[in-house]
Design a protein around this ligand. Structure first.
Ligand code: FMN
Length: 370
């Protein structure tokens, strides 16, 4: 009887959640809604000041009560020691500055009223340490590392009773990540939105499941339907981690420029590209005038993180502030082709769960008696 069965995997018991569906979002309301719908919401806080992290995690706690949720920081190795914009600006080549100026002139982008999301502060060891401290002092249940998983940070988070998790996109990173002592691994494939590696989700997940031993793996990148979730479980994952799916939810709209909502609704799976022009690292986003400008023959190669952040951060802010339609863009994965309307998080979750159960039940049809 279909409605008697519930979607479940061991991570549900490990974390005290109803469904093994993890949702990443940069929006407090969306994260809380994912947790309240029976999944596990994770707040992307890497561009937030420590005080904001403190306040926003408290806000999510208020919204979810005792239910668990997480926070994600991106901790790439090799960032500058201090939060110094001038020092970075001094090293940016003239060719790059000229190219950005040309874009500004071509699209007549007025100046932004303040720094953009990527230039509010400069990624540095100094600010990362303060962000980590804010996370450790909070009562958030999980600490997730989007890029990098420094063992001392993982240790400290575990010492505070937090579940720890790292996203990885290659078998090469597995040993280091396991040695850091994480409790969970997200195997994030090439299809994924935002920072992503070169290995497709299908090729990646079973390899990482095998390499992870007893550490549970969640599948990410291209998960959009219950059929994908059933496939992820069949590949040995204990759940899924989704990002693109939540961008077009009702809860997320306060966070998304309306032009981006329209572009995401219109986009199919073939309408995303990987570009380093956003942050200096490979980043999947919807193809727009922005990605095309950086792919043009006259464009310089994007700089490394955090130089590219500083080069384009203010302009990215100005593009949204002044509604420069052709250049407005959002990170999104290939799964964007499945999301064509704005719906509540609870609706998305219910449909995912129902379809996963139906798909799992139907799989026995591929076995016949001999
Ligand atoms: C707009 C956007 C921003 C993202 N930013 C981050 C981030 O800051 N940190 C992180 O660990 N993952 C980030 N991700 C990746 C997600 O955590 C997740 O791995 C990915 O979205 C899964 O693939 P999917 O987009 O196909 O669902 C982002 C994803 C999107 C769509």
């Amino acid at each position: 009887m279909t409605n008697q069965l519930q979607l479940w995997s061991p991570v549900c018991d490990q974390l005290g959640i109803r469904y093994p569906i993890f949702g990443f979002a940069h929006c407090v309301q969306t994260v809380a809604a994912i947790t309240n719908a029976g999944g596990f919401g994770v707040y992307g806080a890497t561009r937030r000041f420590p005080q904001e992290i403190h306040d926003e995690l408290a806000e999510i706690r208020e919204l979810v009560g005792d239910r668990p949720f997480g926070v994600d920081l991106v901790l790439p190795p090799g960032m500058p020691e201090h939060n110094s914009r001038e020092a970075i600006e001094a090293e940016i080549p003239d060719e790059h500055k000229q190219f950005v100026k040309k874009l500004i002139d071509q699209y007549q982008v007025p100046e932004a009223s303040g720094p953009g999301m990527r230039t509010r502060f400069i990624r540095s060891a100094e600010i990362e340490a303060a962000q980590i401290e804010a996370v450790l002092k909070s009562d958030v249940n999980m600490f997730a590392c989007g890029i990098g998983s420094p063992p001392e940070v993982i240790n400290a988070a575990r010492g505070q009773g937090k579940v720890t998790l790292a996203l990885i996109g290659s078998p090469h990173h597995m040993q280091r990540t396991l040695a850091a002592g994480v409790d969970l691994i997200v195997a994030q494939g090439y299809d994924a939105g935002a920072h992503t590696g070169p290995i497709g989700t299908y090729s990646l997940v079973p390899q990482l499941v095998d390499a992870a031993g007893d550490v549970p793996v969640l599948a990410a990148g291209g998960v959009a339907t219950g059929r994908h979730i059933a496939a992820a479980l069949a590949m040995g994952a204990q759940g899924v981690w989704m990002g693109t799916a939540w961008l077009l939810t009702t809860e997320h709209q306060e966070h998304l420029h309306p032009v981006n909502a329209a572009k995401l609704i219109a986009a199919g799976s073939g309408d995303t590209v990987i570009t380093r022009s956003e942050s200096g690292k490979t980043f999947r986003q919807v193809r727009t005038g922005w990605s095309q400008a950086w792919e043009a023959d006259d464009a310089p190669a994007p700089l490394k993180m955090p130089y590219q952040d500083v080069l384009v951060g203010d302009l990215l802010g100005a593009i949204e502030e002044h509604n420069i339609e052709p250049l407005i863009h959002s990170g999104a994965g290939q799964s964007v082709g499945y999301f064509n309307e704005i719906r509540s998080v609870a609706d998305v979750m219910d449909q995912l769960v129902e379809e996963t159960c139906k798909t799992l039940e139907a799989q026995s049809r591929f076995l016949k008696s001999t």
